[in-house]
Design a protein around this ligand. Structure first.
Ligand SMILES: Nc1nc2c(c(=O)[nH]1)N[C@H]1C(S)=C(S)[C@@H](COP(=O)(O)O)O[C@H]1N2
Ligand SMILES: [Mo]
Length: 199
């Protein structure tokens, strides 16, 4: 364990369990469609948009950038929270340093193999607990939870974490992802109960 990130809630609220959430010890699966089948060998991550060095990383290039294991909580906008998930992966900030984020980048759009997308302001991505996770509890990330690689965002509702992630696009203006186009919050802070978009 490199970092216990279960205390990040102190920055956002008084309680570890965000308002309106209930705890579950199971790990439900929530996907908009069927589960893509992608192996580690065929998986790639393309980093595009407002960056100095756009790249497409294969498994070896990706994992050689740096790996960290963190204990994190997971908050689903539908109301359940799962505490103490051990995720191993590449920190978003390490990838950002590797490609050199453009000074005009303000937003990030994540792309996934099931055509899911989700967006976040850049500053919400540039936090040490945003990971491209490929192991859960020390085992390869299960396919239905997004294996081979998914994003995890313990400081945001879990729809911000693209399962089967295939692309990271740095944007010079806000872009909307799959649920964000359908009325869900762009910022999605669980302690502020930012479930739906006001606009
Ligand atoms: N590619 C992709 N990522 C996704 C989704 C999806 O349908 N496709 N669903 C999101 C939603 S709404 C949630 S709550 C979490 C659920 O992750 P889990 O299935 O591992 O619990 O994944 C998010 N990431
Ligand atoms: Mo969700």
């Amino acid at each position: 364990m490199d970092r216990d990130a279960t205390d990040i809630y102190r920055e956002f609220g008084d309680e570890r369990l965000p308002p309106g959430q209930h705890r579950t010890d199971s790990f439900p699966v929530l996907s908009k469609g069927s589960t893509p089948r992608v192996t580690r060998e065929e998986w790639t991550l393309s980093v595009s948009g407002a960056v100095e060095d756009p790249v497409t990383l294969d498994w070896d290039a990706f994992t050689s950038l740096g790996v960290e294991t963190q204990r994190q909580d997971f908050h689903c906008v539908t109301g359940w929270s799962r505490f103490d998930c051990d995720f191993t992966g590449l920190p978003f900030t390490t990838l950002a340093d590797h490609v050199g984020v453009g000074s005009d980048a303000v937003h990030v759009l994540f792309h996934a193999a099931d055509d899911y997308t989700t967006d976040l302001p850049l500053d919400a991505c540039l936090r040490p607990e945003t990971l491209f996770a490929f192991e859960f509890d020390g085992e390869p990330l299960p396919r239905d939870h997004g294996g081979p690689v998914r994003v995890v965002t313990p400081h945001r509702y879990a729809y911000k974490g693209a399962k089967w992630v295939t692309g990271v696009e740095f944007c010079t203006e806000p872009r909307r992802g799959f649920w964000e186009q359908r009325g869900y919050s762009v910022t999605a802070d669980p302690w502020a109960e930012e479930r739906y978009s006001d606009s």
